[in-house]
Ligand binder design. Sequence first.
Ligand code: 5RP
Length: 234
Amino acid sequence: ERNCMGYYVDQDQLKQAVAQAAVDYVVKKIESDSIVGIGTGSTANCFIDLIAQHKHKFLATVASSEGSAERLRSHGIQVFELNAVSEVTIYVDGADEANTRLELIKGGGAALTREKIVTAVANEFVCIADESKWVKNLGTFPLPVEVIPMARSHVARELFKLGGDPVWRENVVTDNGNLILDVHHLHPIGSACELEEKINQITGVVTNGLFALKPADILFLATQQGIVTHHPAR
Ligand code: 5RP
């Protein structure tokens, strides 16, 4: 595909463009005492690298993974422990899928639990993604579920009863010391809120990658035509 200038814009350039759009948005909202929440993944990494030149405009960050925290520190940006802050001004993170309600699937990078915790604290959740993440119905991307290690098989059986095909993401241990099951064949997910609640009820589940009960507040989507801003449809 080519853009209006006739040039092909690849996925990396789309991620860069949408990260820059988020930086412009965030810079307008922050004050010198603001805490900025930082997500995880390749799109969030673009955001980290671009917000670095504005680091004097906010107090510090909180991060949704050890990896992001390390990248932030490499830019000389302060990273606070979430327990040390009472408020997160704004949280910026990517997604694996997003629908018009701004319900998301997240966790491709195994950071879903810390991501959900930071969104719970944040005053505003800004999602950034390229157009490949935009879907009519959620569930083509296998839904990540973080589980306590000893509950892995039990949770897998329960997820199977819910109609999914759980696959253990071998060789992955989360920052919290837990395991990930990727649940295939859930597409199309009818009620994301209902499924998010049901999976959370299974004993041994820490979190699932549906962000529907608390969806994103705004989505910047990078397309070949430029950045499109989405607000949650009702
Ligand atoms: C990590 C996530 C990421 O936001 C998601 O996987 C998208 O990553 P990327 O920006 O690399 O496509 O939820 O747990």
